[in-house]
Write a protein that binds this ligand. Structure first.
Ligand SMILES: CC(C)(COP(=O)(O)OP(=O)(O)OC[C@H]1O[C@@H](n2cnc3c(N)ncnc32)[C@H](O)[C@@H]1OP(=O)(O)O)[C@@H](O)C(=O)NCCC(=O)NCCS
Length: 237
């Protein structure tokens, strides 16, 4: 696991790494494959393998670029109090309570504070899966949440890409998430791809078919989701 220190995207006195005017192909999740390949966390990997700086959009809210106020830090805990701090107490901010599913907690949590208030979170947990009969461990992303008054600034992308960067650093090859169908475009913009076919997950009552959409992302160059039926061998995250 990498440093738990803040990931800042502005350099004091040297300007902001984020570029509103940066060409779209240089944004996380939108890079062309060729001279360089897009790695996890929206980083651009040069053909020589050197990791270049991550470019993050700097959308302004109240005149403040997201990056100037948005260091991503690893959180020591993420429980109901932290979730409520972000959501304002909304009981089901992700809109998945209707599935009736039991979810597992995430192990690693990443968040953004602005003016002392927690405004964004993403977490992951190492999840055992069977794909086509082959067992592997993947980074299960979950708990992606941005405060209602902070949405549309790229904060979800920041916390998701940071979480997956840490998953990559601990050697995981693939990320997996579950989401409502209307969230597919959000994650596709970050480089995630839908998994077709049913995914089975464990519940206290036994194995069930996941009613939400499943998506995956490579955490290393060349990593690919294997073919075959997918069975998450634990509660979903
Ligand atoms: C979904 C959510 C996390 C997005 O947070 P956000 O900070 O506004 O997202 P970002 O600004 O990082 O958006 C990243 C990209 O996804 C797009 N996007 C954001 N929300 C979207 C949505 N609901 N549907 C489709 N695309 C969306 C953005 O337009 C942006 O694309 P762009 O780069 O082309 O502009 C936030 O709306 C939220 O907390 N919702 C409630 C909880 C939830 O649904 N979590 C997801 C559970 S799977």
């Amino acid at each position: 696991m990498g440093s738990a220190g803040p990931r800042r995207h502005c350099r004091p006195g040297r300007g902001c790494r984020a570029r509103r005017d940066r060409p779209r192909h240089a944004l996380p999740g939108t890079g062309p494959r060729g001279a360089g390949t897009r790695g996890p966390a929206g980083r651009e990997h040069s053909a020589g393998g050197k990791v270049q700086e991550s470019f993050v959009r700097a959308r302004k809210l109240d005149g403040i670029p997201a990056c100037s106020a948005a260091p991503v830090t690893e959180l020591p805990r993420y429980a109901d109090a932290e979730r409520d701090e972000i959501s304002g107490g909304e009981p089901d901010p992700a809109g998945v309570a209707g599935t009736g599913l039991t979810w597992r907690s995430k192990e690693k949590h990443f968040g953004i504070r602005t003016r002392g208030r927690l405004v964004a979170h993403a977490g992951f947990v190492v999840v055992p899966v069977s794909v086509g009969g082959t067992r592997l461990q993947v980074a299960g992303l979950g708990g992606v949440l941005v405060a209602p008054d902070q949405r549309g600034r790229g904060l979800a992308q920041l916390v998701v890409t940071t979480a997956m960067e840490h998953a990559r650093e601990v050697g995981l090859q693939l990320g997996l998430l579950f989401c409502r169908p209307d969230r597919l475009p959000l994650y596709q913009r970050m480089g995630w791809s839908p998994l077709e076919g049913d995914v089975r997950v464990e519940q206290p009552t036994g194995t069930v078919t996941m009613p939400l959409r499943s998506m995956w992302t490579p955490l290393h160059d060349g990593a690919r989701w294997p073919s075959g039926p997918v069975h998450v061998l634990s509660l979903p995250m």
